[in-house]
Design a binder for this molecule. Structure first.
Ligand code: NAD
Length: 247
């Protein structure tokens, strides 16, 4: 797989799984546009940590759930870089609580970031990709969107929504040479799940057939496969990266 001369957009691409994906694409010669929500220092630190590879990394800060900000992002990308070959809708948050106690704000923030953000970013990508008759859109969903873990009704709904959106969009843009797929990670060692209580971590790990949590690189490899030219006949599909924790 080689992504020479390809522009790859990764939302939430400066830490966790997104940073792992960004690094993998840079190692395969791509130009990566990594977006992030707020922490400039952190994003610059990631770029610096990449050494020479960082020369092909462009950083952009905006909220994926803000229509105007997403519009401004795509305008600038279209103007500055032209064709975008791959979009990875990776930005995501959790705000867990059992449904009986879940407040409206936690529902709205998670749905807005994970699902509306995927919609807004995909719309901009499709408009960029259609005329070139080539594109790869990959939604970073979650096995939680299929399993429905307790305390995650908002998160699971957003992640299941990403799968439904990808299936629908794949049928709308297939004739334009654009594929749309989802990756469903299980438990991956990042800050997103760093707040889980030790007991719960033990319990979850015991449920994973491979008896360990995954690494960001292991998700990145699955994403790169779906993003490659070689994956041309895969669309509207889901790829689980869960160590065997099936949906
Ligand atoms: P993380 O918290 O380390 O990173 C999340 C990224 O999303 C950050 O870069 C952040 O800046 C960005 N982000 C958050 N809100 C945003 C907003 N409104 N606008 C723009 N960017 C925003 O999380 P992670 O573990 O790397 O997760 C990445 C993706 O993988 C998420 O969609 C998550 O749901 C999914 N996922 C993670 C796991 C896991 O176990 N870590 C499992 C399944 C799915």
């Amino acid at each position: 797989m080689n992504f020479l001369d390809q522009n790859i957009v990764i939302t939430g691409g400066t830490r966790g799984i997104g940073a792992g994906i960004a690094k993998s694409f840079l190692e395969k010669n791509a130009h990566v546009i990594a977006t992030y929500a707020g922490n400039d220092e952190r994003a610059q630190g990631f770029k610096a940590s990449l050494g020479e590879l960082g020369e092909r990394l462009t950083l952009r800060k905006f909220d994926v759930s803000n229509k105007d900000a997403v519009g401004a992002f795509w305008n600038s990308v279209n103007e500055e870089f032209g064709q975008v070959h791959v979009l990875i809708n990776n930005a995501g948050i959790r705000k867990d609580n059992i449904l009986a106690s879940l407040d409206e704000d936690s529902w709205d923030k998670v749905i807005d970031t994970n699902l509306k953000g995927t919609f807004l970013m995909s719309q901009g990508a499709v408009l960029n990709m259609m005329s070139k008759r080539y594109g790869r859109i990959i939604n970073m969903s979650s096995i939680g969107g299929v399993l429905g873990l307790p305390g995650q009704s908002n998160y699971a709904a957003s992640k299941a929504g990403q799968i439904a959106m990808a299936k629908t969009l794949s049928k709308e843009v297939g004739k334009r040479g654009i594929t749309v797929n989802c990756v469903l990670p299980g438990f991956i060692e990042t800050e997103l799940i760093a707040d889980l209580p030790e007991e719960q971590v033990k319990e979850y790990r015991a449920q994973v057939p491979l008896k360990r949590f995954g690494k960001v690189e292991e998700v990145a490899h699955a994403v790169m496969f779906l993003a490659s030219k070689e994956a041309a006949y895969i669309t509207g599909s889901t790829l689980e990266v869960t160590g065997g924790l099936n949906g």
